[in-house]
Design a binder for this molecule. Structure first.
Ligand code: NDP
Length: 289
């Protein structure tokens, strides 16, 4: 039997509706402050999509584009202003930053309560520690866990293998799976035989950025596969001349897996839904406190 498809679009729409409902119960509009440095078209597209999603769910966004050659000091001063602005409940610094800006110092300037991307070292540190909770959890990793939970996949006691250990995806996903009591193995460029690791996994999360690298014979029958990768590959049959694929060879792996997320339409839509969720949570906390 082919694997069940985990429909990220449908689950993300469900979450957006929940967010809109929570916003309607607040006496104010949660605000998201966004900072984008430079003219990268991919970053501009992502931020535009985030603004549109905010608007659809009743959140307001305050956009702050900065020039490519801006000094780090100016970025940090802007963050401090947003930290102090009561209309702003969440702050998002779109990555990557140009090289004159030190990512650690810039992200470290965000108030942890407004760190809706969950990238502040204190929030990541709390995520890593037993009996500690971050103010916010990074959006893509949180989205992966949400996909598992809303698809009734048991995490507790399962073998989870994560491919990739980046600060924004692989590492926080691993920490979240650990927090949910999975037994976690993390693979990276120093792992000699990734297939040997994935073959024992009940849950595989692929976040390496390498098109269709995970093959059918890497997968244990019945395993749940979460594909975070977004890779563009040439495709003459498409108008754009390319198409997007994940890190997993989906068609082939569907024959052995129990469940699988598609690309596009799997993890991708969840990232923005989780950002909205974090932002409304930040706003609710200001009302409660
Ligand atoms: P990075 O390039 O920052 O990290 C990639 C990780 O994969 C690194 O840990 C690297 O190992 C490891 N890796 C890369 N190639 C190999 C290989 N051949 N064998 C073993 N390990 C390898 O990428 P990101 O984490 O930012 O993103 C990963 C993917 O997820 C990308 O395709 C990206 O587009 C996508 N993405 C999707 C999002 C979504 O919303 N769906 C959001 C963010 C990212 P090492 O550490 O040793 O270098």
């Amino acid at each position: 039997m082919p694997a069940e498809i985990i429909d990220g679009k449908r689950i993300a729409a469900e979450i957006r509706a929940e967010v809109a409902n929570r916003v309607s119960r607040l006496n104010m509009s949660p605000g998201l402050g966004t900072i984008i440095v430079g003219n990268r078209t991919d970053s501009a597209t992502y931020v535009r999509m985030k603004h549109k999603a905010c608007e659809e769910c009743g959140l307001v966004s305050f956009h702050h584009p900065l020039p490519e050659d801006v000094e780090q000091k100016t970025v940090i001063e802007l963050i401090q202003k947003l930290n102090a602005d009561e209309r702003v409940h969440g702050i998002l610094v779109q990555l990557p930053l140009p090289k004159q800006c030190n990512e650690e110092q810039v992200l470290g300037a965000v108030d942890i309560n407004k760190d809706v991307d969950g990238f502040h070292p204190v929030n990541i540190g709390r995520l890593a520690m037993k009996n500690r909770e971050p103010m916010h959890v990074p959006c893509t990793p949180k989205g992966c866990i949400e996909l598992l939970k809303r698809s009734n996949v048991q995490i507790h006691g399962k073998e989870a293998v994560i491919l990739g250990r980046s600060n924004i995806v692989g590492l926080p996903i691993s920490l979240l799976l650990l927090k949910n009591n999975a037994t976690v193995t993390i693979c990276h460029s120093g792992t000699p035989d990734m297939a040997a690791q994935t073959k024992k996994a009940d849950i595989v999360v692929a976040a390496i950025g390498s098109a269709a690298m995970v093959k059918k014979d890497w997968i244990k029958p019945g395993a749940v596969l979460i594909d975070v990768g977004i890779n563009s590959v040439p495709d003459e049959t498409s108008k754009r001349g390319y198409r997007l694929v994940g890190d997993i060879d989906t068609k082939a792996c569907e024959e052995v897996a129990g469940m699988i997320t598609p690309v596009p339409g799997g993890v991708g839509p969840m990232t923005i839904a989780m950002l909205l969720q974090n932002c409304v949570t930040a706003a609710e906390r200001t009302v409660e406190s």
